[in-house]
Design a protein around this ligand. Structure first.
Ligand code: NAP
Length: 295
């Protein structure tokens, strides 16, 4: 079987075009779609992530402001800042970058109001998703659904096996796919480290989502012929032959899946490519709804 490679770039380009068109329309109405990135401390990977969001926002007409606090900030300093962004009518979306400095629990994220929680970071947003009510999902979980839908892969009625139950990927994704709604209505199995005989489950999947954080853990023999594989994993493994000394691989042994799977997302270059565009798309949605709510 020839395996179709589901690349993220063309899907991201479609989403970016939608963001750009919608932001122009909002600006015409006097609404400037605005995302606030909050960074506490100076984690280097957070800095890289925030500048890539700012760059993308600049190209697509979404204002991205950076709100920073020093690593020495207290919990009330952080919660007060998030609460202020939450009530500021010029801010439509909020993302708080993690990791937070030691001593700042991730509970502070709960200050983000659901209407502005454009990366689905709070327990309240997750609860709304579980209840089947409107809420933003974490962009990585959303990226899995967007990749399937925009690649024309049917979800309804199919058996989706998700390996991983984290609040960022597996848990929201399982509940999104279970919804009685368009682009959902799947039968969902969620596996984790205590699952007995993982292969017995993975071979039954029509669509397999690997979100484990274990390099190449899903081997070829764990896949059924014709399965669609969405690999969320991003893992660095040593590679002395590479200039950097490492390379990035997914949770699925990609070469082994070729010829067995009907389709597969590569790592890098798969679902991870969509997350920044989706963050901006959610900000546009939040700005549109805020514009509707405005007096
Ligand atoms: P996580 O919080 O560590 O959760 C991993 C999940 O996988 C857990 O539920 C764990 O089970 C399960 N698991 C781990 N090893 C397993 C095994 N051998 N068999 C069965 N289940 C196993 O990770 P995460 O934050 O969800 O991230 C998962 C992967 O996605 C990582 O590689 C991460 O880098 C990647 N990721 C990518 C993006 C992106 O592309 N932008 C964003 C977020 C995450 P237990 O619950 O039993 O421990």
């Amino acid at each position: 079987m020839e395996t179709r490679v589901l690349k993220g770039k063309p899907v991201a380009a479609l989403i970016r075009e939608e963001v750009s068109t919608a932001s122009a329309a909002l600006r015409d109405r006097g609404v400037v779609p605005t995302l606030a990135i909050m960074q506490v401390g100076d984690d280097p990977s957070s800095k890289i992530y925030s500048s890539s969001i700012q760059k993308a926002g600049g190209k697509l007409g979404v204002d991205v402001i950076l709100s920073t606090l020093p690593a020495s900030s207290s919990v009330p300093d952080v919660t007060e800042r998030i609460a202020a962004l939450g009530t500021d009518p010029s801010i439509h979306g909020i993302i708080v970058l993690e990791p937070l400095p030691q001593g700042i629990p991730s509970d502070v994220l709960e200050e983000i109001p659901p209407a502005k929680d454009v990366d689905g970071a709070t327990a309240l947003s997750l609860g709304l998703i579980v209840a089947g009510r409107p809420a933003y999902a974490p962009c990585t979980a959303q990226a899995v659904v967007e990749m399937l839908v925009r690649s024309g892969i049917e979800i309804s009625g199919r058996h989706v096996v998700i390996v991983g139950r984290s609040p960022v990927v597996g848990r929201p994704l399982a509940n999104m796919l279970l919804r009685k709604a368009d682009n959902a209505n799947a039968t969902v199995t969620v596996c984790h480290t205590r699952t007995r005989d993982l292969s017995a489950h993975t071979v039954t999947a029509d669509i397999l989502v690997a979100a484990m954080g274990v390099p190449e853990a899903i081997r070829g023999e764990m896949l059924a012929n014709g399965v669609v594989v969405i690999d969320v994993g991003v893992n660095r493994i040593d590679d002395p032959s590479s200039e950097r000394g490492y390379r990035v691989v997914g949770d699925v042994a990609y070469d082994e899946a070729l010829g067995i799977a009907a389709a597969i997302t590569p790592v890098p270059g798969g679902v991870g490519t969509l997350t920044t565009s989706l963050l901006l798309l959610n900000t546009i949605d939040a700005a549109t709804k805020a514009g509707v709510r405005a007096p």
